[in-house]
Design a protein around this ligand. Structure first.
Ligand code: FAD
Length: 392
């Protein structure tokens, strides 16, 4: 293929992270191709997506830069103003409050399907060349470029390839990048519920010996649940009839919002930690779940992926402002080191919290109740914890 046909960037995977990456780089006048295995279904207001995210301020800022955030927000994004964390074992509670932090809201609860939909509607106008449905089958790369062969036929050649194709990333494997994984033997049960008491725009999180239960406030007084349980227990709970599920969930929540009743289908997804050994191999970059899968207890999975994108877009902009090469190997290596280190710290921190709280052993119970109390009683520490999680 001649140099004239070489694109700047090929992004593989058009989930939230890959689609946002394609738009962020196209906004910097890079010539971007996006390859996605499945063309996403259109989002419908009548069929709420069971997969929701606690969307952070910096993630909203990224989408705002290419005009998608106002649309998402006006369509359906529920601002949450408080977060309340407590331990079923007793002790103090940790509370975050937007007013106390001088903010209008701590973040927003947003559906995965709505985000993907609003990102995809912008791809064509942004000049992104979309190939879907198409899968990557083979990779060749040298010092200056990558060449990807697609199952649909044909090749795409670019200066850089970005693997955003999720936890089982094909491109990461083709690039020879290994992963370290830990199976938590837990699954997250998700669904929507109504509560007898109002959710008060608060994200509630209760730590139980079986794993954390989160209740995330949504429109219409509903809450979205993410209930972490041992795998077999998660399957059993997911399949309970509605009345038995309501009983079990109300008990697990400690009755904080009164009786909880399911108002949607339920699903369960397996939980693990997985970290790619590196986020850069030659001219292949790895971002999002392809690089890091974390425990959903802090709702940070998609935010970490979007921080990979923010870091990359900032690096490209910085290179441009200096008249330097945006894809210089040292520049990419610096991005990869910073991101790998932040993602590894986050993944291990969430894992530690999950492990310390998922036990009834006396010492951890005493220590964790005390720790919540200490963190809650010291406003500077509480604010720092929040700002780290909220991307401020
Ligand atoms: C069932 C499920 C439920 C979840 N629920 C929650 C939740 O409630 N809260 C939470 O915080 N996190 C949740 N997560 C995690 C969260 O969805 C991820 O952190 C987030 O989606 C990562 O985004 P991503 O774009 O990196 O990857 P993905 O969303 O996995 O997107 C990867 C994309 O790549 C495409 N693709 C895959 N292989 C190829 C290929 N070979 N060629 C081309 N394209 C390819 C896929 O079709 C997909 O569109 C859930 C994950 C799953 C699987």
């Amino acid at each position: 293929m001649s140099r004239r046909d070489r694109r700047d960037v090929v992004v593989v995977g058009g989930g939230v992270v890959g689609a946002a990456c394609a738009l962020a780089l196209a906004a910097q006048d890079l010539d971007v191709v996006l390859i996605e295995a499945r063309t996403p279904a259109r989002w419908s207001a009548d069929a709420p997506d069971l997969r929701v995210y606690a969307f952070a301020h910096d993630s909203a800022g990224l989408l705002g830069a290419f005009g998608a955030w106002d649309d998402v927000r006006a369509t359906r994004a529920h601002a949450y103003r408080r977060m309340q964390v407590w331990d079923a074992g007793g002790g103090s509670e940790l509370a975050f409050d937007a007013d106390a932090l001088g903010m209008r809201e701590l973040g927003w609860i947003v559906e995965h399907g709505l985000l993907v939909d609003r990102l995809w509607t912008r791809l064509a106008a942004a000049g992104v060349d979309v190939r879907a449905p198409a899968r990557v089958e083979a990779l060749e790369h040298d010092a200056d470029s990558v060449s990807l062969r697609l199952d649909a036929g044909g090749r795409v050649e670019a200066r850089l390839a970005i693997a955003a194709d999720g936890a089982a990333s094909t491109l990461r494997t083709l690039a020879g990048i290994g992963t370290q994984s830990r199976d938590y033997a837990q699954a997250g049960v998700v669904g929507y519920v109504e509560s007898a008491l109002p959710h008060r725009d608060t994200a509630w999180q209760r730590f139980l010996a079986t794993g954390p239960l989160a209740l995330l406030p949504c429109d219409g007084g509903r809450s979205s649940i993410v209930w972490t349980l041992p795998v077999e227990e998660a399957a059993r709970v997911r399949d309970l009839d509605d009345a038995s599920f309501a009983d079990a969930l109300t008990r697990a929540s400690g009755g904080r919002l009164g009786r909880l009743a399911p108002v949607s289908a339920r699903a369960a997804f397996p939980l693990r930690r997985q970290l790619a050994d590196t986020q850069l191999q030659g001219r292949v970059l790895v971002i999002g779940d392809a690089a890091h899968v974390v425990h959903p207890l802090a709702g940070q999975g998609v935010n970490l992926g979007l921080r990979d994108v923010i870091g990359l877009a900032d690096s490209v902009a910085d290179a441009r402002s200096r008249g330097a090469r945006w894809d210089a190997p040292q520049r990419l290596a610096r991005w990869a080191r910073t991101r790998r280190s932040e993602n590894a710290v986050a993944a291990h921190a969430f894992e530690t919290i999950n492990r310390v709280y998922s036990t009834e052993a006396l010492l951890p119970v005493l220590l964790r109740s005390h720790a919540l109390g200490v963190a809650g009683a010291l406003p500077p520490l509480r604010n720092l914890l929040w700002k780290r999680a909220a991307g401020l």
